[in-house]
Design a protein around this ligand. Structure first.
Ligand code: MCA
Length: 568
């Protein structure tokens, strides 16, 4: 771009900035100097211009490298969204109140392992796991207690659940109905992303195809009935935590996102209507600049492909909105107080990369679920960044840094090369067009032949070798190991929670209308066979207090379970 074009772009951005709503806040440095809302290259007549500036641009303009909004965080700060859940619905409800009272901006539900696997608390396979890594939810009644006193119309809630995402979503809708809230007004996020389960986290219920069928139904249902709700949070977090590089995290996740776009299109949905319902979830790891570059590249790649390949015409449909969580794997059991520092640095990279929502890990999360005190420090870490450091004053403050721009270009090129590889894998596998789309074909092939897991395992191995050689260093682990830190007091979930949950479930099963449950489940299976949208009959079963295990067992009976092919 020459100086004249840069000046014209600046003028365009300035006009949009002037028209936009801003927070009533102080936008000066600590020394009291006024700062501009965004900075760009010089555009006076004598300046040489900036080749390739159209790839960077101004905040709020295509390809959104510098963020989605002309105002950056001056319009609205990121959402402080702390992932939380343990024990039963009542205990978790209390933690949510603490989070909101302390200034949290949204809720984020962590479910226990039985719930994540679509099993009830009284299932023999659940023994010893109930309420341990998250909250136990067996039926709509638990969901009602989880959100008691928390107005679902006003607070955005994320639910981290993927295998049984749709029945859990139905329980959330029923909890809203029981609060007297019209589900159509709900705003929140459901994780749902099943591809990353096969690629990294390994919590699926069935083979990919029936999961995609359910996800397609969910996308169609939300696009038609709950316009603000985001039914998919396409997740790189688990891929990174399994050991991938930053470029793999970015590329595998965006490829998964493109496959969901193909799914929506294959169902005849309008991309401008359903694409705003796709959001993303990334890891913020320790390499500060690489992470910032990853977030900036993510927005640029997504906007380009959505416009140029999938035909999205509105800004909202081209936007990549994302939540970030600081890297759990970077936390150490040794000298755990240092984790506060790691988390703060990682959170800062997310903010400088323009995250829309953020979870900061607690210092004790490598040992157990966060204690109340550790959860408070984690939340305050975000508030220190937001309120004290001036980072919310200027949009994309690292834009134009030679280093950050070079890293952004590099990670983008690495991701593009991985997309090509995935598409090629799909084409080579079948030799004919896949009914959903070429990216989907490649992902399904890569899952089937273990390519994704192999790539991640190799990256994790290389990092481990570097760590063990001492080329990569971790304070308290392979260097600076002397310490006077006393052991932490950690949160323990009593096994009484499980006994109580099982008792409550037995009472609930005894007092509900069994015929209504049976009819709801039968209607759901009839829809599974006929091809009708499965959300309405599932809702009917959930309203009758069908349990998660009953719904998922009926589906497992219908579709079978999935066993991962062994790979060596
Ligand atoms: C590891 C762990 C595990 O597995 O165990 C996990 O997975 S934990 C996984 C936990 N996952 C999560 O917590 C996922 C969280 N995700 C989300 O909350 C969402 O999907 C999100 C990323 C889109 C963030 O949504 P949000 O509501 O917090 O924030 P948004 O960015 O959408 O902002 C809220 C509204 O404000 C508007 N808004 C925001 N900023 C501005 C601005 N500067 N000027 C004008 N308007 C603005 C937005 O357009 C939106 O309006 P409008 O709505 O009108 O557009």
């Amino acid at each position: 771009m020459d100086a004249e074009q840069i000046a014209a772009a600046r003028e365009r951005w300035q006009q949009r900035y002037d028209r936009a709503q801003k927070r009533d806040a102080d936008f000066t440095t600590l020394s009291g100097d006024v700062v501009a809302p965004a900075y760009g290259p010089p555009d006076d007549a004598g300046s040489p211009g900036y080749p390739g500036f159209e790839r960077i641009g101004w905040p709020g303009e295509f390809p959104f490298t510098r963020g989605l909004y002309p105002t950056g965080y001056r319009g609205r700060t990121w959402t402080i969204r702390q992932f939380a859940g343990f024990g039963n619905a009542e205990q978790t409800n209390e933690r949510y109140r603490m989070i909101l009272d302390a200034g949290g901006g949204g809720l984020s539900v962590a479910f226990d392992m039985p719930t994540l696997m679509g099993r009830d608390s009284d299932d023999p396979r659940s023994l010893g796991e109930v309420g341990h890594c998250g909250v136990a939810i067996d039926s709509a009644a638990d969901m009602e207690v989880l959100f008691r006193g928390l107005p679902l119309a006003d607070v955005t809630t994320s639910m981290t659940i993927s295998g049984p995402a749709v029945p859990v979503f139905c329980m959330y809708l029923v909890a809203a109905e029981r609060q007297g809230v019209d589900p159509a007004v709900l705003n929140g996020t459901l994780q749902t992303d099943i591809f990353k389960e096969y690629i990294a986290q390994k919590e699926w219920l069935f083979a990919p195809e029936p999961h995609l069928r359910l996800i397609g139904d969910l996308m169609a249902y939300c696009a038609a009935n709950i316009p603000a709700y985001k039914p998919l949070s396409v997740s790189g977090y688990h891929i990174r935590e399994a050991g991938s590089t930053a470029a793999q995290e970015l590329a595998f996740t965006l490829a998964d996102g493109f496959a969901y776009v193909e799914l929506g299109l294959s169902r005849g949905l309008d991309v401008d209507v359903f694409a705003p319902g796709l959001s993303f979830f990334f890891d913020a790891h320790l390499d500060f600049f690489e992470e910032i570059a990853k977030f900036r590249a993510a927005r640029r790649i997504w906007a380009r492909r959505l416009r140029d390949v999938y035909g999205a015409t509105t800004e909202k449909a081209q936007w990549l909105r994302f939540h970030t969580q600081t890297a759990g794997v970077s936390l150490t059991a040794q000298q755990p107080y240092n984790n506060v520092v790691r988390t703060a640095v990682e959170a800062l990279s997310a903010v400088l990369g323009g995250t829309n929502s953020l979870h900061t890990n607690a210092l004790d999360e490598t040992l157990a679920l966060p204690s109340e005190q550790a959860a408070e420090i984690a939340l305050r870490t975000q508030q220190v960044l937001m309120e004290e450091t001036g980072v919310a004053n200027v949009a994309d403050p690292l834009g134009g840094s030679w280093y950050v721009e070079a890293l952004t270009d590099r990670i983008e090129a690495q991701a593009e090369a991985i997309f090509e590889k995935i598409i090629e894998m799909g084409a080579a596998a079948s030799g004919q067009e896949h009914p959903i789309g070429p990216m989907t074909a490649g992902i399904l092939r890569g899952i089937e032949n273990g390519w994704f897991t192999g790539e991640i395992a190799e990256a994790a191995f290389q990092y481990q070798v570097a760590l063990e050689k001492g080329d990569k260093r971790v304070v308290g682990v392979n260097c600076h190991t002397g310490s006077v830190t006393p052991p932490l007091t950690i949160l323990r979930v009593s096994h009484e929670v499980e006994r109580e949950q099982v008792r409550a479930l037995a009472d609930r099963k005894a007092s509900r209308n069994g015929a209504a449950v049976t009819a709801g489940l039968a209607a759901m299976i009839a829809a599974a066979r006929s091809g009708e949208n499965m959300v309405p009959p599932m809702l009917q079963a959930v309203r009758a207090e069908a349990t998660l295990g009953e719904i998922c067992d009926a589906l497992r009976d219908e579709w079978g379970v999935y066993v991962e092919p062994a790979g060596f």
